[in-house]
Design a protein. Structure first.
Length: 188
């Protein structure tokens, strides 16, 4: 005799947004593959790396009238079961009315042990499906290492693994960021 396990139906973005409206402001939720996921508070190390990345990005994005923002949600109008919240989003254009960008230029995630599989797996696949995305950065918290997924003019992304002495090329912003700058004030 075999038993089939029944999975709860996937949550849609509209239902997810209605659900989180009722939640306390200090809770951070994201929707991944139809599952509402409560995010743990980030460590101070994680937040310092995010802060360093934002500081390095701001002069580059300002030249284009763009913004580098922490904790902005993402949506894809063609995918109704994802609404992730990456650590950093670079976007241009008018301010958002709903807190969810559909047009990121760059997305970055700082890895932690609890998010490693999602950041390198299903979130990476979602991000790479965003037509406006030019670069996805996976920043390691425990070593000076950055995985740079970048896309030229075509749909395919290439991967480069960068170390402490390398720079992160961001041609769409007309510049680059030293990997070492992301770890300023962080013991490795």
């Amino acid at each position: 005799m075999s038993l089939a396990l029944r999975r709860a139906p996937r949550m849609r973005v509209a239902d997810f947004i209605a659900m989180i409206r009722e939640r306390p402001d200090e809770e951070r939720w994201e929707l991944l593959d139809g599952d509402a996921v409560l995010m743990a508070p980030p460590s101070e190390r994680h937040q310092q790396i995010v802060s360093n990345l934002l500081a390095a990005l701001r002069p580059l994005v300002a030249k284009f009238g763009c913004r580098a923002l922490p904790g902005l949600g993402l949506r894809n109008d063609f995918v109704d079961d994802y609404a992730p919240i990456p650590d950093v989003v670079v976007r241009c254009g008018p301010l958002l009315t709903d807190g969810y960008a559909r047009d990121p230029l760059i997305v970055a995630e700082v890895l932690s042990p609890s998010t490693l599989n999602n950041d390198r797996g299903r979130k990476a696949a979602f991000y790479q499906g965003l037509q406006t995305l030019r670069a996805y950065l996976i920043v390691y918290a425990d070593e000076a290492r950055v995985e740079l997924w970048s896309r030229g003019n075509g749909p395919d992304a290439t991967l480069r693994v960068l170390g402490h002495d390398d720079t992160i090329p961001l041609p769409d912003l007309g510049g680059e960021i030293p990997v070492a700058a992301l770890y300023d004030g962080i013991p490795l």
